[in-house]
Design a binder for this molecule. Structure first.
Ligand code: PMP
Length: 416
């Protein structure tokens, strides 16, 4: 039956979805619905909420900022929350990253990164246009993000809009050399502008993990050939993988880095793309054609910047790393119970992210199993959105062992 609501929801097949819950309140790791249900948010509301919903210091900062500023044009003007945030971001990321470009979603931060890379090469007078990306990658749903992402059912209708990229095989454990060889071969075959990666783990591509040493080696090969490395840390950033940023585990500094989601603690839409001096300097000229031509109306929204600044302070003043370590330990213990359980395979974990695959004949994203699993969890007041037959948990860092235990109990109860 068609819904009475005019709202068209993202990634939602309305013909198959009935009874979309109306959430009227959030707190900690919980969503509260209009009909009085309390739903445990095991995926941090699409991976954005880090500390917990409505983490108090962030909400206080937002309220305070609304007494001073709303939106301010960011072309030719600036404001204290953006300036302070940019300084903090430069301080907590590798020293090579010295400039901060604001935008408002993860997808946009990727578009900005791609444009920075192409602009850099054009303004440097070198003809490098081709982008390399990993098979299975997801970098957002805007045109550039879809282009560098895996092709398939999600973007097939929009194919005329997408540009061609070089594709490297995913470095599956034991098959890493194939990825490195493909990167080396691509760099020798044609002038590569940039390599874009989700560091250490493919998110929407199925929570597939690869080794830090492989990332370090990809960075080394790319650098040897002058290729810019774009780290899309939109999902991995802000502690998800067990360190503040995933690149830290590989000991690398990307040339361009994208952060969003947990940037504001998951409270406000905001994104940043950081780059080094060389990229900024390539655009720095009296020739106005070298201007970095990217903007959106809400660039560096002051209230969102204040939320992000408060988030950085939370990281500096609260034991966030300890919470992350505790959460990782809870996952590790809970996952153990599924080892040897024939219903599941590929039991895996990276920091606060845990995943396992349900063994089913048809495991693809469009297989019926995904929605069935979703309903299985929602019936138990748990928000879990499997990627096909891949069940994953990515809860807020405030989640307790008992809360997370409910999800693992629901996984154990799967009988489909
Ligand atoms: N890059 C990665 C790695 C992501 O996981 C996502 C979102 N899941 C995006 C980009 C796009 O971010 P947004 O949804 O905020 O546009």
């Amino acid at each position: 039956m068609r819904s009475a609501s005019p709202v068209w929801h993202p990634f939602t097949q309305h013909a198959l979805h009935d009874g979309i819950p109306t959430i009227v309140r959030t707190e900690g790791a919980w969503l509260e619905s209009a009909d009085g249900r309390r739903i445990f948010d095991a995926i941090s509301s699409w991976w954005v909420v880090t500390h917990g919903h409505r983490h108090p210091p962030i909400m206080v900062a937002i309220r305070a900022e609304t007494e001073r500023l709303d939106q301010v044009i960011f072309a030719g003007f600036t404001h204290p929350p953006a300036e302070a945030l940019a300084r903090e971001l430069v301080a907590i990321t590798p020293p090579e990253l010295t400039h901060v470009f604001f935008s408002d979603s993860g997808s946009t931060s990727v578009e900005v990164a791609l444009k920075m890379a192409l602009g850099f090469w054009l303004h440097s007078g070198e003809d490098r246009r081709r982008i390399l990306a990993l098979e299975g990658a997801y970098h957002g749903d805007t045109i550039g993000g879809m282009s560098v992402g895996e092709r398939g059912v999600f973007n097939a209708p929009y194919e005329p809009l997408l540009f061609d990229v070089g594709r490297l095989p995913f470095p599956h454990p034991g098959r890493e050399q194939a990825t490195l060889d493909a990167l080396e071969a691509a760099c020798r075959a044609y002038p590569v502008a940039a390599l874009i990666v989700e560091p250490l783990i493919l998110g929407a591509g199925g929570m597939l993990i690869y080794q830090p040493a492989v990332l370090a080696e990809m960075a080394r090969i790319g650098r040897h050939h002058g290729v810019l490395l774009i780290a899309d840390e939109v999902m991995t950033g802000w502690g998800r993988t067990g360190t503040l940023f995933a690149c830290e585990q590989a000991g690398i500094a990307p040339d361009i880095a994208c952060y969003s989601k947990g940037l504001t603690g998951g409270v406000m839409p905001l994104a940043v793309t950081l780059c080094g001096d060389a990229i900024f300097d390539a655009h720095y000229a009296h020739d106005r054609r070298k201007t970095f031509f990217h903007s959106s109306s809400y660039t560096a929204n002051p209230i969102a910047c204040a939320a992000a600044l408060a988030n950085v302070k939370v990281w500096q003043s609260e034991p966030v790393m300890q919470r992350i370590a505790a959460l990782a330990a809870v996952h590790a213990k809970a996952l153990d119970r599924f080892r040897g359980d024939k219903r599941f395979s590929n039991i895996r974990q990276l920091g606060t992210i845990a995943a396992l695959d349900l063994v089913v004949p048809d495991a693809g994203y469009l297989a019926d199993i995904g929605p069935r699993l979703y309903r299985h969890f929602l019936a138990r007041d748990l928000l879990v959105r499997p990627l096909g037959s891949t069940i994953y948990l990515m809860p807020p860092y405030c989640s307790t062992e008992a809360e997370i235990g409910r999800v693992y109990d629901a996984i154990a109860a799967i009988d489909l």
